[in-house]
Design a protein around this ligand. Sequence first.
Ligand code: SF4
Length: 256
Amino acid sequence: MIPGPSRLIDDPVEDPSAAAGGAADLGELDEAITRCTACPRLVAWREEVAMVKRAAFRDQPYWGRPVPGFGPADAALGIVGLAPAAHGANRTGRMFTGDRSGDVLYRAMYDVGLASQPEAHGLDDGLVLRGARIVSPVRCAPPANKPTPGERDTCAPWLARELELLRPTLRAVVVLGAFGWQALLPILGAAAWRIPSPRPKFGHGAHAELPAADGGPPLHLLGCYHVSQRNTQTGKLTPEMLRAVLEQAKDLAGIG
Ligand code: SF4
């Protein structure tokens, strides 16, 4: 894997901070994200995976680009993952779509009324989210699912702008896993909310209410174990546990 220019993107975005700040709405932001090439290691990796492919998906085209958020622009609930999966979102182009983690997440979202169907296969599968938008602090699939702190920081302006654009309606956020929690807190603190001191700690079922810095309504922050296979196959996170957090978040966000 040799970092170099993108083989898939003709008109790259190299400065996420400037591009995110210039996005007037979520449509513009999503489009700009898909052209980002700011992290050479991740550009090389996402495209390498897209070219080599997994045997089971040999006949399918891979997305191989950054993955934008998914869900309505007036979402009241945010669901924060970690980063796209190499053969899931990096293949299909939509968060949690086409992998086992997504099977668990979308099933639970459907069960509590946040998704129109329990399954997600690809961009044309008809799935619609209700009141919720799935976002992530890192938009490119990282090797071993581990972005570096530098890559996380480089990617932060995309999520910061996304939260700013969602601000009028956003009332609650469910964070899947400790990495997402740690990455999200500074972004929330730099956006419209105040982070209590000491900082709220991640845990399954953790709940903190962040007062608004702009005089608006507070944001409810909820922790949930990540829907990774390691957690769901060992029973660390059961469907019932996931549904309970989503139900609580839905109530706090005022989604009927
Ligand atoms: S991780 Fe984020 S900042 Fe880095 S290349 Fe991907 S989209 Fe751009």
